[in-house]
Ligand binder design. Sequence first.
Ligand SMILES: [Zn+2]
Length: 220
Amino acid sequence: MQLVSLLFHDVYRRSPGESGFCSPGADRYKLTDCEWSSQLDGVAEARRDRPVLASALADRTSTEELPFLITVDDGGVSYHEVMADRLEKRGWRGHAFVTTDYIGQTGFLSAGQIRDLDRRGHVIGSHSASHPSPFSACRRQDMLAEWTTSRKVLEDLLGHSVSISSLPGGYFSSTVAETAAEAGLTVLFTSEPVTRTSRSGPCTIVGRFAIRAGADPGFS
Ligand SMILES: [Zn+2]
């Protein structure tokens, strides 16, 4: 299966500190409100179809146009305050990958906001519990605990199964995938810029193309 998955982080109106993790590295991936709109315009110009949801990938047939997805990492509050509305105006939905230890902290989504996004049709997924970096340097049992804990937090919060995840920091290894699968996750998004998906047991591994601040909104 092939997919084009776009990876966004936070969007801000005045200062990058408004949403998500704050560091020079994290800020490189934060877009202004205006840049976020331009990126969506660029996608909409290139595509007449809507972005698909990872929860529905199994329903797709191989004859359809290369599907695309919109994913947003970290669980910053801007997904609820800015990004979701802008997606919904186009009839689109995206994926919010939440770092569960940060739920309710300043700059991050609250439990109520996560429930609201879920009700509105956005896919809520795990972005680990504590966002260790590099994730691939963690011990195996710590990786498993990160996936298991964050998945349970989200399932308790939403009252339904959560099986979609994204890898913090982009540090992939076979053990990362194995532990995600062991934790019951069926899709793991990485930061490898590839369109072809792969498998690790029951878990589908999906690459993504990260959109940085200042990136050309052209989509080809
Ligand atoms: Zn992250």
